[in-house]
Design a binder for this molecule. Structure first.
Ligand code: FES
Length: 176
């Protein structure tokens, strides 16, 4: 591991393993931290958790949370409160393509149940599950803010809107 000194303090108590990151990743975290006043370190929680910890670890795990608690000088419960509130944080490992289908009202009345049924039967899994080959995970999530183009889903960072069964088939074919 590298030579970049961390901003760790001894004040934060953690249980279990703490993740380690390469120098360039620590520097990337610091670049997010630098956007906020020193007394507002907490403001960097979501960007670092979302854009770096989850990317590097594949999901939000205990070791990653322990690292971030020390890095931001927060309690681990501060991190978990945020991580468990937003569906964009994966609290367990997900497949290479994470399909998040919006199940909220607009999408529901515009055909979400049919879309979900089609995707799940095609992949042979239920919502919340990952295919055996680790390629796809399907999750049902709350409104993703694209209600005007319902029904919709998100795969990775991409939105797919005005879904039909035929459109879904074409989208899934392109997932390698
Ligand atoms: S209800 Fe589906 S994006 Fe808002």
């Amino acid at each position: 591991m590298g030579n970049v000194a961390t901003d760790y303090t001894d004040k934060v108590k953690v249980t279990g393993e703490t993740a380690e990151f390469a120098d360039h990743v620590i520097l990337e975290m610091r670049s997010h931290l630098a956007k906020y006043p020193p007394e507002r370190k907490r403001s960097a929680l979501i960007p670092i958790l979302m854009l770096i910890i989850q990317r590097e670890r594949g999901w939000v795990d205990n070791a990653g949370v322990n690292f971030l608690a020390k890095f931001l000088d927060l309690e681990v419960t501060d991190i978990w409160e945020t991580a468990t509130f937003y569906s964009m944080f994966n609290l367990r490992p997900v497949g290479r393509h994470h399909i998040q289908i919006c199940k909220t009202l607009s999408c529901k009345i515009m055909g979400e149940p049919e879309i979900t049924e089609h995707i799940c039967s095609k992949l042979g899994i239920h919502p919340g599950e990952t295919t055996e080959d680790g390629k796809f995970t399907v999750s049902l999530v709350e409104c993703l803010g694209s209600c005007g183009t319902a029904p919709m889903m998100q795969i990775g960072y991409d939105f797919h809107e005005d879904l039909t069964v035929e459109k879904v088939d074409k989208i899934l074919e392109k997932c390698d």
